[in-house]
Design a protein around this ligand. Structure first.
Ligand code: AMP
Length: 218
């Protein structure tokens, strides 16, 4: 089961990808997470990506293509995966096609999550990560903005540097100009499910699961 989950920053790709990864026991590949880990470890990739990410810009297509190819080649990709955060440009679509053709991946399923930009700005600027249990929360949705509802840790929330309002606006501009055309590309080539990403997490998951079983049972 090879799935690509697509949508604007903050639409809930990561949350849904984690749920699907657990449900189907397939690997979740998040290019953003891989880059953030590389930044935290101070690797060559991390050094190259750090400032670009903090500004809200896109890391180069060549670097990202190499990263995805290496990640897929070094895992049991036939067992399945859910790819989150790639491709983000038409050039990355071309790179992805060539990687998939090299690896013999022929029927990936594309899930596109849609949301209006106002909801996204709200989600991203209120988004926090618990540095103890890695739960993602929205400060508007939890009873106490200082206590993690999952593990009970106090004062453990951190904000991503690129979730501040200025950088969020820039990320959404880039999404609109550079990443949105990717949808057209997908729709011409592959089977795609376009779903509402603003519903509750549970509802979005339910919709995704219905579409996955329809696609893979056909
Ligand atoms: P994300 O966590 O997916 O929102 O990604 C965080 C940041 O990582 C993005 O704003 C980009 O700077 C970088 N990034 C992640 N995936 C890609 C990609 N496919 N192409 C270019 N840059 C990326």
């Amino acid at each position: 089961m090879q799935i690509i989950i697509f949508g604007a920053p903050g639409v809930g790709k990561g949350t849904q990808a984690k749920i699907l990864s657990q449900k189907y026991n397939i690997k979740h590949i998040s290019t953003g997470d891989i880059l953030r880990e590389s930044v935290a470890r101070g690797t060559e990739l991390g050094l190259a990506a750090k400032e670009v990410m903090n500004r809200g810009d896109l890391v180069s297509d060549t670097l990202m293509g190499g990263l995805v190819k290496e990640t897929l080649s070094n895992m049991d990709y036939k067992k399945g995966f859910i790819l989150d955060g790639f491709p983000r440009t038409i050039e990355q679509c071309n790179i992805m096609d060539s990687i998939f053709s090299d690896l013999g991946i022929t029927n990936p399923f594309f899930i596109i999550l849609e949301a209006d930009f106002e909801s996204i700005v709200n989600r991203l600027t209120q988004r926090r990560f618990c540095n103890k249990c890695e739960t993602i929360v929205n400060l508007n949705d939890i009873p106490d903005a200082n206590i993690c509802p999952n593990c009970g840790a106090i004062g453990s929330f951190i904000e991503r540097k690129d979730d501040n309002i200025e950088v969020v606006k820039k990320r959404l501009d880039i999404f609109e100009e550079t990443t949105l055309p990717v949808i057209n590309y997908y729709q011409k080539k592959y089977k795609v499910a376009v779903l509402n990403g603003t519903a509750s997490v549970e509802k979005v998951t339910e919709n995704i699961l219905q579409n996955i079983s329809k696609y893979f049972d056909e």
